[in-house]
Ligand binder design. Structure first.
Ligand SMILES: *Cc1c(COP(=O)(O)O)cnc(C)c1O
Length: 487
């Protein structure tokens, strides 16, 4: 049964809180406020008892899919399980109660956590310096591009264009535009990798950077990456790595060692912070030494055994985020890295790749790879062969919901038709991967024998098929919209 809106269970006069009788006489607002400041209408807040509020939100929480409830193989997004120890440490009084404006003298411990985290990220990424300020991956992209811009301006010309492969994540072209550059798409080669010949013709002194995800969004490792770096650097073009897929290569290959000048990390993917639904993220950016002067403010520095925040950096791109960034997320990532250690992080990536390859091996008779090759931590298959039965990838994704799974990423990357992008992550067991494979195979069989069933799916979810256009264009965002809609 669908859960009612809290406004619909509201009854006048109900309350979830009891306050002691007030001995202070109440005042009449109109004696103190000007007429135009007084509220004319009822405020319209829901009125419910404590137990009703509790049940309402608990019921809602069980309708939502989350990684603590079930398998969540959403490709590109690395929805892995987040160990609860991370939360426990981040909630320690000294961290959660720290005021963002407390002076460095009173926050040496917190600064030390940040300092050590940036050193770990330098080591993992093969970089010379890291800023922890950006609020998410896309914000890291913007920060990295602004740093690159500052570098080119210093050399006399900001340049105009940034090259991206056609498999790139949608945030890449958006960040490029935001940073004042024009995105130029490079068509992928036959194998789904960067096409060196096409890249070479696109390179010239007007190009500021090339932005590459590695492994790319097809889950394939860019095996010519050294050649790409060499070509780019010939023209002074900066190499930017979208590091959202770092879960595939920690401790195995470092972006800085294969020629990247800038990389952003997604702490809320690779380093295990719960995400989705707009929760706080963090997208630190690592740079090579020549880009260090442009890092955003402030930079943590150590002098005579004391840590301080340095704002006196004339070449910096400036402040890009309030206070210190998402400090709680940093503590979680720090805890995760310390808990696993160097060997553990390497094993994490090895297991992520192993799990993806095992899952693919189990289903490969039923789903074709978008591009041939050995996938890394995720793979992209195509549902194209079921199109002649009238079954679309959307139908397959909807049917998966009936079995208690989150659907994979679908229709991305755009260069694979009817794409299903699957990333099991290392935190899934052999059993859960085999169960999921069985379901994918069962659905493939249904596509052959009973396509109508897939059109009608899902059957077991709180709501069935939604009008996807309406859900994006006719938003109900206010109490007024809701009332209008109820009529
Ligand atoms: C998630 C992701 C991003 C963007 O990161 P956000 O934290 O969501 O802004 C960029 N590129 C790739 C490949 C991603 O998977």
């Amino acid at each position: 049964m669908p859960e009612k809106l809290i406004f619909e269970i509201s009854k006048k006069g109900k309350a979830g809180a009891t306050l002691p009788h007030s001995e202070v006489p109440s005042l009449n607002p109109s004696d103190y406020l000007e007429e135009h400041l007084l509220r004319k209408n009822e405020i319209g807040l829901p009125e419910v008892s404590e137990v009703e509020a509790m049940r309402h939100f608990v019921n809602l929480s069980t309708k939502n899919h989350h990684v603590d409830k079930g398998f969540y193989p959403l490709g590109s997004c690395t929805m892995k399980y987040n160990p609860k120890i991370n939360e426990k440490i981040a909630m320690m009084d000294g961290f959660s109660g720290l005021h963002p404006l407390s002076p460095p003298d009173c926050s040496q411990g917190a600064l030390q956590i940040m300092r050590e985290l940036d050193q770990y990220l330098c080591e993992i990424g093969g970089m010379d310096a890291v800023t922890l300020q950006p609020a998410a991956g896309a914000h890291g992209e913007l920060t990295g591009l602004l740093i690159i811009r500052a570098h080119h301006i210093k050399n006399g010309n900001p340049r105009k264009k940034v090259l991206i492969p056609d498999s790139s994540h949608g945030t890449n072209p958006a960040s490029i535009n935001f940073a004042g550059y024009e995105p130029i798409q490079i068509q992928s080669g036959e194998g789904g990798l960067v096409d060196l010949a096409r890249l070479e013709t696109a390179l010239n002194p007007e190009v500021a950077a090339i932005m590459i995800t590695n492994p790319n969004t097809l889950g394939l490792f860019e095996k010519d990456i050294l050649k790409v770096s060499e070509l780019a650097h010939r023209y002074g073009v900066q190499m930017y790595m979208d590091g959202a897929n770092l879960n595939a290569c920690m401790g195995i290959v470092r972006p800085g060692d294969v020629g990247f000048d800038v990389v952003h990390f997604n702490l809320h993917k690779t380093f295990s912070t719960p995400h989705g639904g707009g929760g706080p993220g963090s997208g630190p950016v690592g740079v090579k030494a020549h880009l260090k002067p442009y890092l955003p403010l402030p930079v943590i520095e150590e002098k005579e055994g004391k840590l301080s925040l340095n704002y006196d950096r004339p070449e910096s791109i400036g402040k890009i985020q309030a206070f210190w960034g998402a400090f709680g997320v940093m503590v979680k990532a720090y805890t995760y890295i310390r808990m696993l250690g160097a060997e553990g992080l390497k094993k994490t990536s090895e297991d992520a790749v192993l799990n993806a390859n095992y899952l693919y091996a189990l289903i490969k008779e039923y789903y074709d790879l978008g591009y041939p090759g050995t996938p890394m931590h995720e793979f992209v298959v195509s549902g194209l062969r079921y199109r002649n039965k009238g079954v679309k990838t959307l139908d397959i994704a909807k049917r998966l919901l009936d079995f208690g799974y989150h659907a994979p990423t679908i229709y991305f990357p755009l260069i694979v038709s009817e794409a299903l992008m699957i990333e099991p992550t290392e935190t899934e067991s052999k059993d859960s991967i085999e169960d999921y494979a069985r379901v994918l195979i069962e659905i493939a069989r249904e596509a052959e024998t009973n396509p109508q069933k897939l059109h009608d799916a899902p059957f077991n979810t709180p709501v069935r098929r939604l009008d996807e256009r309406k859900a994006a264009t006719d938003l109900i965002l206010t109490w007024k919209d809701l009332k209008k809609n109820a009529k």
